[in-house]
Design a protein around this ligand. Structure first.
Ligand SMILES: Nc1ncnc2c1ncn2[C@@H]1O[C@H](COP(=O)(O)OP(=O)(O)OP(=O)(O)O)[C@@H](O)[C@H]1O
Ligand SMILES: [Mg+2]
Length: 237
């Protein structure tokens, strides 16, 4: 399959000179789903921020459909990113939150409505249009965040720990819901987590990160049964 997103030799160092990302190389086929797994501070969010254009690499290139996107500002990349804390607008209702990206694109309210309807239905939120987001449960908020991210029709979807704000008991159930929604979409997706089970359920391919490096890429089976070093073996245990 043709590679849609290519990350080539991307590095970033902090002000003190330590690596935040250390020579990252990655190729994602169109429509694929990748899980990025790694401990806290391993560089997962930074990697997503670079792809989204919210942060710039010190060296290396990021290409989408064969074209370098480093000079494109975030809004012109047409990628969707759902943040760790969802970053919903508390003063807006569910409808306005979901419609936000469409409004930013200059779309009329009349044209926004059917897309928001479609998103409400995709995420099982019909009837929630006029609810305030700070009166929703964690799981409902997560679905509003997903609907808002998907509404503008992004070419690439990035989910940064989409379940981390939720109760343990809810997580499994919502992970199932989320993967069901994703499998209906055929959109290239990067799913970030520090939880093995979530990573395995969300992506057929996993990259394991530690200290700004990709330490192994493979299927869940390869990571569990053929870890390439002792750190991976103990992280996966
Ligand atoms: N702008 C920055 N300047 C300096 N250091 C940074 C910056 N952004 C992130 N870092 C550092 O880079 C490392 C990677 O951070 P990042 O947020 O990407 O990790 P993460 O894998 O997403 O962690 P978590 O699982 O806790 O969300 C951390 O050590 C962090 O402190
Ligand atoms: Mg993070």
């Amino acid at each position: 399959m043709e590679n849609e997103l290519i990350i080539h030799n991307v590095s970033k160092t902090s002000a003190t000179g330590s690596y935040i990302l250390n020579n990252i190389n990655l190729a994602l086929p169109r429509g694929s789903r990748l899980s990025v797994l790694g401990p806290s501070g391993s560089g997962k969010t930074t990697l997503l921020r670079m792809i989204a254009g919210l942060d710039t690499p010190d060296s290396g290139d990021i290409r989408f459909n064969g074209v370098s996107i480093l000079d494109l500002p975030p809004h012109k990349r047409n990628f969707g990113m759902m943040f760790q804390d969802y970053a919903l607008f508390p003063h807006l209702d569910v409808f306005a939150n979901i419609a936000f990206g469409l409004k930013m694109k200059g779309m009329s309210k009349r044209d926004q409505a059917p897309i928001v309807e479609q998103m409400l239905s995709l995420t099982n939120l019909k009837g929630f249009e006029n609810r305030k987001v700070d009166e929703l449960s964690g799981g409902e908020r997560q679905r509003v965040a997903l609907a808002r991210t998907l509404a503008p029709g992004p070419r690439l979807l990035m989910l940064d720990e989409p379940l981390s704000a939720l109760d343990r008991v809810l997580r499994k159930h919502l992970l199932d819901q989320l993967t069901q929604i994703l499998s209906r979409l055929h959109i290239t997706t990067i799913f970030v987590t520090h939880d093995h089970e979530e990573a395995f359920a969300a992506g057929a391919q996993i990259i394991l990160m530690n200290q700004g490096k990709i330490v192994q890429q493979g299927s869940p089976d390869q990571l569990i049964h053929h870890p390439v070093n002792d750190w991976i073996k103990s992280f996966m245990a």
